[in-house]
Write a protein that binds this ligand. Structure first.
Ligand code: PLP
Length: 413
């Protein structure tokens, strides 16, 4: 039996999504750009999906570009913006703002740009994971080219106030472009490019985070945004991304959006209830744990637990041997022994940073599954603490309990 609690890494393909894709993997295999009648269903599927997804996000169909993943969308937004500035002979703008807790899809692009002479400001967060607004405002310049801020953090689920940040940016200078990496939030939080996201110029997302397959994503580029093609080739996507469209996956992603729209309220309520049940039980049953991001506005499906005095990897290994899939940090950085850059930016103490575990739920998570984790997790933690050099096995408490106190009382640093 597998209990899958790693939905921020990827999600199961929904059965109805698979069904929606099948015709385009079989008889409707035609190239949507072909002019003959037989290709019409493929062409229609792409354009219907574009209309459906754009409308769901409050954008125009022509503003939605299909990509292969969020990483591509982010790259297209950054490098497309820079190419547009170069074409406009706008050499003034070499300043970029992002946050210290972005996904590597953004951070690595920024570091690459730094190597080529760009000036990048990485805005910090506080102990709860909230963005340092004062620093954000101080770093913002009239000649800033691009601001890139994620909607919710993939590790902690902490939500950033995108509408407020984007408004501040546009009030400083309407020409500064604002990119939002909404990979963790599309279909989970309300996003309307003509509503709460009206000051956002570009929005990146990825289908496999909401029950579509891996290999399909999207980028909304608001009409009039100076952003040139990143992938140059054929005239697909109105010349903004060369390459034959991934018709089955595009149809699948539209289906995933449709289902999310139809079932959203109920699903999210249930997910949040189960997440809260797990969180409460962990806090009640295990000493020396805390919730990373507690006190901040958080995603309803994410629970990042800091377990003091043991290694996150050991916990994951033990959970895995019970069939429970969770994660420490993001899937892309797990496997490295480096502590999470997100928890480091939040100043999570050493004894907890290395012992952090992320559970992320989906609409397929069931109550009996959560009950199994509630039963097993405290036992796993107790067992591992018996082996930990930071733990006094005889007294069954941390070695330095006298000096550090209980972490829940805020005594650990
Ligand atoms: N941005 C965030 C916030 C993510 O969580 C992820 C994936 O975990 C990505 C970007 C990259 O997504 P993809 O693997 O689809 O490129």
């Amino acid at each position: 039996m597998t209990i899958y609690l790693d939905n921020n890494a990827t999600t199961m393909i929904a059965p109805e999504v698979r069904e929606a894709m099948l015709p385009f993997l079989q008889q409707e295999y035609f190239n949507p750009s072909s002019m003959y009648e037989a290709a019409k269903p493929a062409r229609n599927a792409v354009e219907t999906a574009r209309r459906q997804i754009a409308q769901y996000l409050g954008a125009l169909p022509a503003e939605l570009l299909f990509t292969s993943c969020a990483t591509e969308s982010v790259n297209a937004a950054f490098f497309g913006t820079i190419r547009a500035a170069v074409f406009a002979h706008n050499a003034r703008s070499k300043h970029i703002i992002t946050t210290a807790v972005e996904h590597t899809a953004v951070l690595e692009v920024c570091k690459e740009l730094q190597r080529t002479g760009f000036d990048v400001s990485f805005i910090g967060v506080d102990r709860q994971g909230n963005l340092n607004l004062g620093e954000f405002v101080r770093e913002l310049r009239r000649d800033t080219l691009l601001v890139s801020v994620m909607h919710a953090n993939n590790e902690t689920g902490v939500i950033f106030p995108i509408d407020r940040l984007a408004r501040i940016v546009k009030e400083t200078n309407p020409n500064i472009l604002f990119l939002c990496d909404a990979t963790q939030t599309v279909t989970k939080l309300p996003i309307k490019m003509d509503g709460n996201f009206r000051h956002v110029d570009m929005l990146a997302f990825s289908g496999h985070k909401f029950h579509a397959p891996k290999g399909i994503g999207g980028l909304i580029i608001r009409r009039g945004t100076p952003c040139r093609a990143f992938m140059v080739g054929g005239h697909q996507e109105s010349g903004r991304r060369g390459g034959t469209e991934n018709v089955p996956y595009i149809a699948g992603m539209a289906k995933a959006v449709e289902t999310a729209e139809a079932t959203h309220g109920e699903d999210i309520q249930n997910i949040e209830r189960l997440r809260n049940k797990l969180e409460t039980a962990i806090l009640q049953n295990i000493p020396y744990v805390e919730i990373n991001g507690e006190g901040a506005e958080r995603m309803p499906n994410t629970l990042n637990v800091a377990v003091h005095y043991i290694e996150g990897e050991s916990i994951l290994y033990q959970l895995s041997s019970e069939g429970i899939c969770a994660s420490s940090g993001s899937a892309c950085t797990s496997g490295s022994l480096e502590p999470s850059h997100v928890l480091t930016a939040m100043s999570v103490p050493f004894t907890a940073k290395h012992g952090s575990v992320r559970f992320s739920l989906s609409r397929y998570t069931t109550e009996p599954e959560i009950d199994v984790v509630i039963e097993l997790f405290p036992k796993i933690v107790a067992r591992l603490r018996q082996l930990s050099p930071y733990w006094n096995q005889e007294a069954n408490q941390p070695r330095h309990a006298d000096t550090v106190g209980d972490s829940r009382a805020g005594g650990l640093e």
